[in-house]
Design a protein around this ligand. Sequence first.
Ligand code: SAM
Length: 287
Amino acid sequence: MNIKSSSSHKNQEPESGVLYIVGTPIGNLNDISPRALNILKNVSLIACEDTRQTKKIMSKYEFSNKLTSFNKNNSHNKTSRLIDELNSEKSVAIVSDAGMPSICDPGEELIKNATSKGIKVICIPGPCAATTALVSSGFPSSKFTFEGFLPRKKYEREKILFEIGKSDKTIILYESPHRLKKLLIELREIFGGDREVKVSRELTKKFEQHIGENINEVIEYFQGRDVLGEITIVIKGVKKNKNSEFNQFELKKELNELVEAGLSLSQASKYLAKKNNISKSLIYNMY
Ligand code: SAM
């Protein structure tokens, strides 16, 4: 690809003292804009998560530039050095290994620091796995909740899932392939097996796949199969009705407390059903 001839911004040099946030492909190296390439080619310095990944782009598009590593282990120390570069009128681009920097990737702290110091920040948008999976899912996509990677601790995970699970918004999660099966089991426990879901695998790559339609079916699909490649999970929101308006997490806690205090499950469910104006069986089944 000829970068110069294909870009309508072919003569636009990066501005000095500007931090450019540059989106890069999430798999398919063709998914990079001429504007992004122009900036990467012409900035004073590229701060990249892994120099090997950025070199792949430079090699495909036949250019080179000065690289410095900027990842979760060194970003704290490197931030002030990059701010110094920007203050000395250098232009700096930040890229991650894939997709948008700062979305579950390094960048947030540097961008926050730069904006707070009055440094100009310009984003050259590019692919993001979350929005790519969302729009591919066919689920409502104008309002959604993006949770990224859930915390590792069971209590914290459950708390988030209970909270977002009752929303009518589509939910997007990132997960590593070797933890997907465990997550699906948790999702079934909290959302029920009938909840509509799409597991998007290897987006933009040769073996891109979208596995659905509900949690039970996806669990069944992966039984006896290794989960390979990169995974984004999209879960359809609930249809709002009377029974989904309450806080399931708090309710489950209260139910446990009542049973521990000596009430039978039936008595406790009846009491909470009346108190919250919801069906007794729904509460009963939460136990
Ligand atoms: N900054 C990236 C973005 O804008 O999407 C996300 C980086 S995060 C460290 C990596 C996670 O994104 C993966 O574990 C996976 O959940 C998701 N992901 C990245 N590329 C993907 C792809 N090609 N297909 C499916 N999911 C992908």
